[in-house]
Design a protein around this ligand. Structure first.
Ligand SMILES: C[S@@+](CC[C@H](N)C(=O)[O-])C[C@H]1O[C@@H](n2cnc3c(N)ncnc32)[C@H](O)[C@@H]1O
Length: 231
């Protein structure tokens, strides 16, 4: 493939991650540095904390949910995912946390498309979910439904590189030593990811243009802000 070939459109991947091998590989991978870096970034931007109740959309095996309850002693976190196997791992991990953290975590099995939690949250957080969605408006609708007025919103994901050469460079730089299944997943995720301008368009369509789209490091984008009057 030609290195300068532009990646003009995304290549979607399956939405849910409920295959036993894929769950085991994802849950066994060490994302601790990038996960902690995201929580540190949130803590810097919201030094006063995230309020009383956060929801973590597409929480998977709980990577971010577990860090959030450890970071903020008053925060309750509900992790939502459509993959039962992912939530089973999250529940196992919850058990090894000290009770004062474990007691503030809850898991909810549901797809975003049909999600009904019946309440709003002081923070809506999501890591590495957006690129899975075939129709990204599903996420922005969920943000509007779940955020209470003044809620913190942080949606973090990969962004699609500009061309094939940049994609190969990222794979080499960040996944050269990863197991084959994770390298394949990482490549598929980069191809499925959105660009910052595509996400800005999504936010505009959703009436969420008050949220900021920030390109971070060589491969991330973070949508962040405060929702004054959610839909
Ligand atoms: C790459 S994992 C990210 C897990 C976790 N947020 C983290 O930071 O490690 C993406 C997760 O989103 C879930 N997911 C994908 N599409 C979904 C949907 N439509 N509704 C609910 N969960 C979904 C998958 O099952 C998977 O567990």
């Amino acid at each position: 493939m030609n290195a300068s070939e532009p990646l003009t459109s995304r290549v979607p991947e399956p939405e849910l991650m409920d295959d036993a091998h894929q769950v085991a590989a994802y849950a066994g991978a060490d994302f601790s540095c990038s996960d902690q870096a995201l929580v540190d970034w949130i803590a810097e931007r919201w030094p006063q904390g995230l309020g009383a109740e956060a929801v973590d959309l597409g929480c998977g095996p709980g990577n971010i949910s577990l860090l959030l309850v450890q970071q903020w002693p008053g925060l309750h976190v509900t992790g939502v995912d459509g993959a039962q196997r992912m939530l089973a791992v999250a529940a196992q991990r919850q058990q090894v946390l000290p009770a004062q953290c474990a007691d503030r975590l809850a898991w909810h099995l549901a797809c975003l498309q049909t999600l009904q939690l019946g309440r709003r949250f002081s923070a809506v957080i999501s890591n590495s979910l957006l690129h899975h969605l075939h129709a990204p408006q599903v996420l922005w609708r969920a943000v509007q439904q779940l955020a209470s007025p003044g809620a913190a919103v942080v949606i973090h994901d990969l962004r699609r590189p500009g061309d094939e050469g940049q994609l190969q460079h990222l794979l080499h730089r960040h996944a050269a030593d990863a197991p084959a299944v994770l390298r394949r997943d990482y490549e598929a995720s980069l191809r499925a990811a959105f660009t910052a301008s595509e996400v800005r368009e999504q936010l505009q369509q959703a009436g969420l243009e008050g949220l900021e789209v920030i390109e971070r490091e060589d491969r991330y984008l973070t949508v962040a802000g405060v929702l004054r009057s959610p839909g």
